[in-house]
Design a binder for this molecule. Structure first.
Ligand code: ADP
Length: 404
């Protein structure tokens, strides 16, 4: 087992999350976030053991944020120059048609990721900036890209295909890619080990709901992806914090003609101003729950539409898989909101889903079964750990497989 740590870097548009982690054991040596990059009054948080160091920063861009991360390690430890770093693993949202596995980053790979920016203008540029800065700072270790789309690279043709002219789709690389793949794959693997009464290698039909700021569902059979709710971009599917999820494909054209919106303005509207934020005025699910409890109409509607969309996919994926063995909830909302989980499967005993109310409400941060002992379909909560999954995939590519 490799004891050498991997530094995992997740560069978003306005924040960078990082974690120094031993892939084999999962031991976290340090964990941090730089928020509000490019704005005044940004915050940095660096956790080592039980101690959390927080402060203000003025990081103007991701390059400056990487410098700040280096300073955090120098000031609060562990000392990166003596950490015997195995590699740096980068989360990259869009791998396009070419990247279906974790990939060693070279200049050519970087150029290919840059070439995908048209497909993911909101996501890939920040990952690129993070990779470039990190390659400069950690020039002596391998850098690996782990793509959010990779797990869904072999979606069946029927699931990946939009019914638009084929030549056009090929020319512009238009297909359903799927996202949050690292998370869906990780929780499905953990879930397989928890299936009541199953043989260890028994193939399962699993439905995974990743419900965080972004939200997606995946149908998985025998560990392989059969369907997922996100498509060409991470906009399709479930209702999210600020993203609409499914709308009529006629809506952008209608908005352009009726409201005079440009293509970019439509993108901004559907990606940043919609979802829970558009309906309830708040994108944070806890805030929506609070407003709903206070009797706010918009928050009640937001919760109901969010749940309705989840049930829509639950029914669709049950049909696609030809039955279900497991439903898994993960992500900040899926892991923490018993109200959401209860509403998502309420009245579905006819389909084999019966919650144990006490287990659903129990206070726990562990992977666990929350369905009744005699529920034909097991319902689980599995905390996701994308950083650990990225660290392991990175280590597997760079060195001998990590034993777990
Ligand atoms: P990200 O997608 O950025 O990784 P998370 O997976 O952390 O985000 O999910 C963030 C969402 O989880 C927020 O909407 C937040 O309100 C919600 N959340 C976190 N804790 C709770 C909780 N105890 N109850 C309900 N929702 C929660």
């Amino acid at each position: 087992m490799s004891g050498r740590p991997v530094l995992v870097i997740n560069s978003g548009s306005s924040s960078v999350k990082y974690r120094l982690i031993v892939p084999g054991s999962g031991e976290v040596l340090a964990d941090g976030t730089i928020e509000q990059i490019g704005e005044s009054g940004g915050e940095v948080s660096h956790q080592v053991g039980d101690e959390t160091h927080t402060g203000d920063h003025q990081a103007a861009d991701i390059g400056a944020a990487l410098q700040l991360i280096t300073e955090q390690f120098a000031e609060h430890g562990p000392d990166l120059d003596h950490a015997d770093l195995l590699a740096v693993g980068h989360r990259v949202v869009h791998g396009g048609p070419d990247f279906s596995d974790p990939t060693m980053i070279t200049d050519d790979v970087l150029a290919a990721i840059r070439d995908l920016s048209g497909l993911a203008p909101l996501h890939n540029p920040s990952a690129l900036a993070g990779i470039e800065a990190a390659r400069e700072r950690f020039a002596d270790v391998p850098h690996v890209a782990v793509f959010d789309t990779a797990f869904f690279a072999d979606l069946p043709d029927v699931a990946r295909t939009y019914a638009i002219p084929r030549g056009l789709a090929e020319r512009h690389r238009i297909r359903r890619y799927g996202f949050h793949g690292t998370s869906h794959q990780y929780v499905a693997e953990v879930g397989r080990g928890l299936q009541p009464g199953a043989e260890p290698d028994q193939p399962l039909r699993q439905l995974t709901f990743h419900l965080g700021n972004g939200c997606s569902a995946a149908a998985i059979s025998g560990g392989r992806p059969m369907e997922t709710s996100m498509g060409l971009t991470p906009l399709q599917g479930l209702v999210m914090g600020t993203r609409s999820g499914d709308v009529d494909p006629g809506l952008p054209g209608y908005l352009a003609r009726e409201a005079g919106l440009t293509p970019d303005a439509v993108d901004t509207l559907l990606n940043k101003e919609s979802g829970l934020k558009g309906l309830a005025g708040a994108n944070d699910f806890r805030e929506v729950l609070r407003l709903r409890a206070a009797g706010e109409d918009g928050a009640r509607l937001a919760f109901d539409v969010y749940v309705h969309r989840i049930r829509h996919y639950l029914g669709a994926y049950l049909a696609i898989l030809g039955g279900l063995d497991q439903v898994i909830f993960t992500g900040g909302v899926g892991e923490n909101s018993a109200d959401l989980r209860e509403a998502a499967v309420a009245g579905l005993s006819g389909l084999g889903l019966v919650l144990d109310q006490e287990l659903n409400r129990a206070d726990s941060d562990q992977a666990r079964v929350i369905s009744a002992a005699d529920s034909p379909v097991a319902v689980l909560v599995v905390p996701t750990d994308e950083e650990l999954a990225i660290a392991r995939q990175t280590a597997d590519l760079v060195g001998p497989p990590t034993s777990r």
